[in-house]
Design a protein around this ligand. Structure first.
Ligand code: ADP
Ligand code: MG
Length: 428
């Protein structure tokens, strides 16, 4: 995939209407009060919005929020599958479920942050008459927000008719700007389809992701060290495979390390173990050897007598975990080994915590690695939702070069997969 994409700076936006895809999928209070509990994603979109407005563009912003089901029959089916009593699944309930995901709270917060009016499209017809009229009347320097893009039945199916109607809102001289990195791995009408009908460029958020992650994958400052952890081997196969082709050193930690240990003949007690992936992990060890990639596995581990924050714990050599115990973190010798391995790195890509960092008692490994990264001269890139959360929670966020804003998207990026929402943008 070509990561060198045109950005808002490469096109003339003055006087044009810009359909801007944002990621305003913000967490909302569970009580239905419409309170946004974290507005980080809205704030992250401000530089691109401000730039477009300052340059004299008119901005038609849009985003999805949550997972509304716009088809009543399908909603009933999904709820029934979840175990709900079909008799209780009324139209009113369905309408309420849609209502809870309206964009009103986002428009309000965005307006506060920008210090100007944000016109909001009404109803639930994303590209309907109200949106059309408001888009047509929008003046340069003005901003409006469409309703939840997933209210439209064709959104997740990438329906070309819907994409065409979205594009039409921006008029004949319109432009599409994508800044929703968290959604670029999905080929939806508003994230990819629309680019067939409008010239398409990236906003600053996506540009930064492409520069850092794309740069590290395509042309890394070496040595490139990849730290891979998290819970399961099976969810990280793509990442391991791709990074084995690129990295100089690969470090394995987290729950997936126990599948490697078991495959190599060790005992792992009650640790996370994926029997079906044992042979794959041996293949990876062999592949690393063949390619001359240094692959590091834990030498010791912190074990617990139960999966709980207050579990009893002790350190044992890796592969020597007694029955009734489970590995929840890398041990102190492993910490030394791993911290040493990143010291002289040119680039470090990190995906997946080294242990169950959510429990303070088992956060030491993840914390030590974060600390080591904060001290290197290396370009440090954090991908993955939980990894980003870990670095934030442990207080090292400010010291990393780049923390990806997209969980699933950054994983697919590191897997070397084509991202539909990036591939559709104009090349430089
Ligand atoms: P990311 O979202 O960054 O891609 P993952 O979702 O793969 O990361 O993994 C994160 C989860 O892995 C965390 O919730 C963490 O508690 C869990 N984890 C890490 N080490 C272990 C372990 N030894 N046993 C069980 N779970 C683990
Ligand atoms: Mg995760």
């Amino acid at each position: 995939m070509n990561y060198n994409k045109k950005t808002v700076r490469d096109v003339d936006v003055k006087g044009r209407k810009v359909l801007l895809r944002c990621d305003f999928n913000v967490p909302m209070a569970k009580d239905g009060s419409g309170v946004i509990t974290d507005d980080k994603r809205i704030r992250a979109a401000l530089p691109t919005i401000q730039y477009l407005l300052d340059q004299g563009a008119a901005v038609i912003a849009c985003s999805h929020m949550g997972k509304p089901e716009p088809d009543f029959e399908k909603w009933v089916k999904k709820q029934t599958e979840k175990g709900k009593d079909p008799a209780s699944l009324t139209r009113e309930k369905w309408e309420k479920s849609l209502e809870a995901l309206r964009m009103e709270p986002v428009a309000k917060r965005l307006s506060e942050l920008l210090g100007r009016e944000v016109i909001l499209a009404g109803g639930t017809d994303v590209v309907g008459p109200d949106a059309q009229a408001k888009a047509a009347a929008l003046q340069p320097g003005g901003i409006m927000l469409l309703q939840n893009t997933r209210y439209a039945k064709g959104e997740t199916k990438n329906d070309p008719e819907l994409a065409k109607a979205m594009a039409a809102l921006a008029g004949p001289d319109g432009l599409y700007v994508s800044d929703a990195f968290g959604a670029v791995h999905r080929a939806h009408a508003s994230t990819a389809g629309v680019a067939a009908f409008l010239p398409a460029v990236s906003g600053f958020l996506i540009q930064k992701e492409l520069d850092f992650i794309g740069g590290a994958l395509a042309n890394p400052k070496r040595p490139l060290v990849a730290i891979l952890g998290g819970s399961k081997v099976s969810s990280k196969i793509g990442v391991i495979n791709n990074l084995l082709e690129i990295a100089d050193t690969i470090i394995i930690g987290g729950g997936m390390a126990y599948t490697f240990a078991s495959a190599q003949g060790g005992s792992v007690g009650d640790s996370l173990l994926e029997e079906d992936w044992k042979s794959y992990s041996l293949e990876m060890v062999q592949k690393a050897r063949d390619k001359g990639v240094r692959l590091l596995l834990p030498v010791d581990t912190v074990i617990a007598d139960k999966f709980a924050p207050d579990a009893d714990s002790k350190v044992v050599p890796n592969g020597q975990i007694p029955d009734g115990w489970q590995g929840l973190d890398i041990g102190p010798e492993t910490v030394k080994l791993y911290c040493d391995a990143v010291k002289d790195a040119g680039t470090v890509i990190w995906n997946g915590p080294m242990g169950v960092f959510e429990f303070e008692k088992f956060a030491a490994g993840t914390k030590a690695v974060a600390e080591a990264l904060s001290k290197t001269e290396a370009i440090t890139i954090i991908g993955g939702g939980d990894s980003a959360a870990a670095v934030q929670q442990l207080g090292y966020a400010g010291q990393m070069t780049h923390i990806s804003t997209g969980g699933g998207a950054s994983l697919e990026f590191m897997e070397g997969k084509e991202l539909p929402g990036v591939a559709c943008l104009l090349d430089k």
